[in-house]
Design a protein around this ligand. Structure first.
Ligand SMILES: *Cc1c(COP(=O)(O)O)cnc(C)c1O
Length: 391
C-alpha cells in the first residue's frame, strides 16, 4: 500500500476496496500518482470527467464563480442556475429542471416527481417498475429500484410497490403493469449492470406501453447521457422521449452536480413549493460547471468527435476480440464500451494499472471503458496496445 494511503485511509469508513495508488494530478486524459507515475485514463472518474483534466477554460470559469459567489441557497434565484437550466432544457428537450448534488438525488427527485404527479391527478398510482441489473444509486429510494439484490438485501425492507422486470423483454414488463403502476424507470444503456444497451423495439415498446396505460417513463441518463453514446442523451437515438429524466456525472465535469428534468405536462401537476428541496442543489458554483461544460460541448462539436472516436474504439475492440482468446463479448456504443472476459475483471484491471492504464469493471467479468470524451484515436491505440499485452 502507498504510504499516503496508510496515513490517510485510517479515518475513513471502509466502504471501498481502493486501487493501491494515490492520484494527485491530471492533465488532459492522463493522471499522475504521488510517485510521479503516469496513467492513461479510460475511467474518467466513473464517466464524470468528460472534458478530461485541467481544462483551462472550465477552470477559469469555476475560479471566476468562486470569486463572485459560491452559494446562496434556493431561497434566492441565482442567474447562473437559471442559465444552467436554460442550457440543459435545450439539450434534454425537457421543460423544467431541478438541480441536485448527485445522481442518487436526481433519481430520488424523479421518483418523488412521478408520485406527486399521480397524487395530484388522483390516480392512486404508486408502483414503480424497474429493470433487473439496473443501477440507480444508493439511497433507500434509489436502491429500492436497483435491480441487484446484493445492494438491496442488507437494507430491507425496501420501498413498497417496486417490481423488477427483464431488461429488453417487453412481455416481462407488460406482465407487471397494474392500474397502480406509477412509472417505469430504466437506463437506456445499463452501465454498472454490465454495459447492456436497450433494443430499439424495447425502448419504443416501453414508450407505447406508458402512453396506453397512463404510466410515466423515467430515463436514468446519469451514466449514458452527456454525449457518451454519441447522442447528447441516449434516449434521443431511440426517439423515445421520457416524461422525466435524471442526469449527473458528466454534466458538471467533476463538480458534484445532478439534475432531474421533466416535460411541462408533468411539471404542471408535479412538485410545487414545499414538496421538494435541497440546500446546495443548483448553487452558482455547481451551475457554473454545467453552463461551461455545455458551452464547450457545443462550441467544440464534441458530439461529432465522440461519434468518430467512438466508432474507432469500437472497431479496435472488435479487432482485440479477434486477437485475444479471452474476450467473450464486446458491448456498448460510442465511448461507453464493455468487454466481457473469461477472467475476473479485477485481475486485468490491476495488471493494466501496473502498465499505466486505468480501466474499471461493470459486474464481475466485464471491463468497462468510459474514457474522457476528449480522447483521440492515438489514445485508443495506446490503450489497445496495453490490453493486448494483458489479454
Ligand atoms: C452513478 C449512477 C447513479 C448514482 O449517481 P451518484 O452520483 O453516484 O449518486 C445512478 N444511476 C446511474 C445509471 C449511475 O451510473
Amino acid at each position: 500500500m502507498n504510504e499516503y494511503m496508510e496515513m490517510t485511509e485510517q479515518g475513513l469508513l471502509h466502504t471501498y476496496n481502493r486501487f493501491p495508488v494515490v492520484l494527485n494530478k491530471g492533465e488532459g486524459v492522463y493522471l499522475y500518482d504521488t510517485e510521479g507515475k503516469k496513467y492513461l485514463d479510460f475511467a474518467a472518474g466513473i464517466a464524470v470527467c468528460g472534458l478530461g483534466y485541467g481544462n483551462e477554460e472550465l477552470n477559469q470559469a469555476l475560479k471566476g464563480q468562486i470569486d463572485s459567489l459560491i452559494h446562496t441557497s434556493n431561497l434566492f434565484y441565482n442567474t447562473t442556475c437559471g442559465q444552467a437550466a436554460e442550457a440543459l432544457k435545450k439539450v434534454t428537450e425537457m421543460d423544467r429542471v431541478f438541480f441536485t448534488n448527485s445522481g442518487t438525488e436526481a433519481i430520488e427527485g424523479a421518483l418523488k416527481a412521478a408520485r406527486k404527479y399521480a397524487y395530484k391527478k388522483g390516480t392512486g398510482r404508486y408502483e414503480f417498475i424497474a429493470m433487473e441489473h439496473s443501477f440507480h444509486g444508493r439511497s433507500i429510494g434509489a436502491v429500492s429500484v436497483t435491480g441487484n439484490e446484493h445492494y438491496r438485501t442488507p437494507f430491507e425492507p425496501m420501498l413498497p410497490g417496486v417490481k423488477f422486470g427483464e431488461f429488453n423483454n417487453l412481455d416481462s414488463i407488460k406482465s407487471l403493469v397494474t392500474d397502480k403502476t406509477c412509472a417505469i424507470i430504466l437506463e437506456p444503456l445499463q452501465g454498472e449492470g454490465g454495459i447492456h444497451m436497450a433494443d430499439a423495439g424495447f425502448m419504443k415498446g416501453i414508450r407505447e406501453l406508458c402512453d396506453e396505460e397512463g404510466i410515466l417513463m423515467i430515463c436514468d441518463e446519469i451514466q449514458c447521457g452527456m454525449g457518451r453514446t454519441g447522442s447528447m442523451f441516449a434516449w434521443q437515438s431511440y426517439g423515445t422521449k421520457p416524461d422525466i429524466m435524471a442526469m449527473a456525472k458528466a454534466i458538471g465535469s467533476g463538480v458534484p452536480v445532478g439534475a432531474f428534468a421533466m416535460t411541462e405536462d408533468i411539471a404542471e401537476y408535479s412538485l410545487k413549493p414545499g414538496d421538494h428541496g435541497t440546500t446546495y442543489g443548483g448553487n452558482p458554483f455547481a451551475c457554473a460547471a454545467v453552463v461551461k461544460t455545455l458551452e464547450i460541448f457545443e462550441r467544440n462539436n464534441l458530439l461529432n468527435h465522440i461519434k468518430e472516436v467512438g466508432s474507432y474504439l469500437e472497431e479496435k475492440l472488435k479487432e482485440l476480440k479477434e486477437y485475444s482468446g479471452e474476450i467473450l463479448e464486446r458491448r456498448g456504443t460510442g465511448l461507453i464500451q464493455g468487454l466481457k472476459i473469461k477472467r475476473q475483471a479485477g485481475e486485468v484491471i490491476n495488471q493494466a494499472l501496473k502498465e499505466g492504464l486505468i480501466i474499471i469493471s461493470a459486474s464481475d467479468n466485464v471491463l468497462r471503458l468510459v474514457p474522457p470524451l476528449i480522447i483521440t484515436k492515438e489514445h485508443v491505440d495506446e490503450m489497445i496496445n496495453i490490453l493486448k499485452k494483458i489479454l
